[in-house]
Design a protein around this ligand. Structure first.
Ligand code: NAP
Ligand code: ZN
Length: 349
């Protein structure tokens, strides 16, 4: 079937309207009419070829929510009209150790929602800045939030799970002091989730203007990281720091805030290397520097259910599809409060 989308034909051109095609649903496929799609900083990295290997035309978008409109005859767990989501994964090998453990995000043959090879035209996956998507049922998530919150649910499919997964893995909860660095799409979800898990949360921002707003998200304290005195007040005090910053920066400034045995986990994925860490900043306090990539399908469902139970959605600014290039420029300036979400109904306008 042919549908409308927005995407880029090259790394240097703005995104523009285009027609794309989707496969007819196979026996295990779910066909979804997309209501909303969040705008992740990874979309910018990818569409502008800041990471290796972007395939064009590139239609980004992996924070997808919508309704089931059709399905294959083997699909039992979804029905027409169900509210569902699709995140960063649309396929994997389904039989390796990672897939068996529900960690499809670490499967060597994971197929990302866009920019990954696929038998479907045009030979690589096309994402959620589009009217419809067809996905194997294993990678479809059930949404139990009320319908009126749907636009704010979209960012949970990437920003939510990418922060939830490391917070769970490093056992964030009551009695733990947790830092979240960068208050953008990922960071603001990290603050909300760590707060809901019962941790003491300190937010780090480069934007003085976000100081008050970050407290409303659930931060117990906000540090403007450009101010050395504010940073020094937290020296050697954190159990865990989640670093979501989308650009290279000095990691030692944050490593030195970890107490003995503390861990800083990077989820931000800038195209060029960070400065640091100094080896002595690791060994003197047995500190760890780690990384984490999105989350598996079962944990993504767990995160959605956790958010529904705690009344958590993303704070969003809803945009028309034709505002996407402006939204990218604002994200690059850190001017996002805290996630742009496309109203996909505007794709047909
Ligand atoms: P975003 O909404 O643009 O937020 C990034 C935040 O980083 C900014 O709002 C800003 O917060 C801070 N920042 C500080 N200096 C910056 C600079 N020079 N340039 C840009 N940001 C700067 O981005 P996002 O969607 O949260 O994504 C963050 C990063 O995570 C990206 O690199 C993205 O590709 C990556 N990512 C990784 C995964 C994964 O699986 N590991 C998944 C999704 C996204 P302040 O204003 O508070 O300083
Ligand atoms: Zn993302």
């Amino acid at each position: 079937m042919n549908i409308k989308a927005i995407g880029a034909f090259s790394p240097t051109q703005p995104l523009e309207a285009m027609d794309i095609s989707r496969r007819e649903p196979g026996p295990h496929d779910v066909q979804i009419e997309i209501a909303y799609c969040g705008v992740c900083h990874s979309d910018i990295h990818q569409v502008r070829a800041q990471w290796a290997g972007t395939l064009y035309p590139c239609v980004p978008g992996h924070e997808i929510v919508g309704r089931v409109v059709a399905m294959g005859n083997h699909v039992k767990q979804y029905a027409t009209g169900d509210l569902v989501g699709v995140g960063c994964i649309v396929d994997s090998c389904k039989h390796c150790a990672d897939c068996d453990e529900g960690l499809e995000n670490y499967c060597d043959d994971m197929t990302g929602t866009y920019n990954f090879p696929t038998p479907d035209a045009p030979g690589h996956t096309l994402g959620g800045y589009s009217q419809q998507i067809v996905v194997h049922e294993r990678y479809v998530l059930r949404i139990s939030h009320p319908q009126e919150q749907l636009a704010g649910v979209a960012p949970l499919l990437c920003a939510g799970i990418t922060t939830y997964s490391p917070l769970r893995h490093w056992q964030v909860g009551p009695g733990k002091k947790v830092g979240v660095v960068g208050i953008g799409g990922l960071g603001h979800m990290g603050i909300k989730l760590a707060h809901a898990m019962g941790a003491q949360v300190v937010a780090f921002t480069t934007s003085e203007t976000k100081r008050d707003a970050a407290r409303l998200l659930g931060a117990d304290e906000v540090v403007v990281s450009r101010h050395a005195d504010e940073m020094a007040a937290h020296s050697k005090s954190f159990d865990f720091i989640l670093n979501t910053v989308a650009a290279p920066h000095n990691l030692d400034a944050f490593m030195s805030l970890l107490k003995r045995d503390g861990t800083m986990t990077l989820v931000g994925a800038p195209a060029t290397p960070h400065d640091g860490p100094e080896v002595f900043n690791l060994i003197m306090k047995r500190r760890s520097l780690a990384g984490s990539m999105i989350g598996g399908i079962p944990q993504t469902q767990e995160m959605l259910d956790f958010c529904a139970a705690h009344g958590i959605v993303a704070d969003i600014e809803l945009i028309r599809a034709d505002q996407i290039n402006e939204a990218y420029e604002r994200m690059l300036r850190g001017d996002v409060h805290y996630r742009f979400v496309i109203d996909n109904a505007t794709l047909s306008a």
